[in-house]
Design a protein around this ligand. Structure first.
Ligand code: ZN
Length: 103
């Protein structure tokens, strides 16, 4: 296993109290269900990903219209699409760490 850990631009958002509150609120609003597949959700994801350009824009970072609740599997599918160079069977957990996905 590599010790590789992504440094995400979104960390400045994810480490705030405001985000934890919003995440908790949104999770409850969706009843903890993945919006893609209906399984139990794990991750409140930004539909439009946080970038250097929009990280200070609350319309992106703290706008519930830009959020979706995903399970780990659906979140990884989205991540794989955008950042493909990861071997099958690996993905990122909620902290952005590379993990092996048990099947
Ligand atoms: Zn799902």
């Amino acid at each position: 296993m590599s010790r590789y850990k992504r440094k995400r631009v979104g960390d400045v958002v994810y480490h705030t109290q405001a985000w934890r509150k919003l995440r908790h609120y949104y999770y409850g609003k969706r009843h903890g269900i993945c919006e893609q597949c209906g399984m139990p959700g794990d991750i409140v994801d930004h539909i439009e990903e946080i970038t250097e350009e929009n990280v200070n824009d609350p319309e992106i970072t703290f706008n519930e219209e830009n959020l979706q609740l995903l399970c780990l599997s659906c979140h990884n599918k989205k991540t794989f699409k955008k950042h493909f160079p990861i071997r099958e069977g690996f993905g990122f957990n909620e902290s952005g760490q590379l993990i092996e996905i048990k099947k």
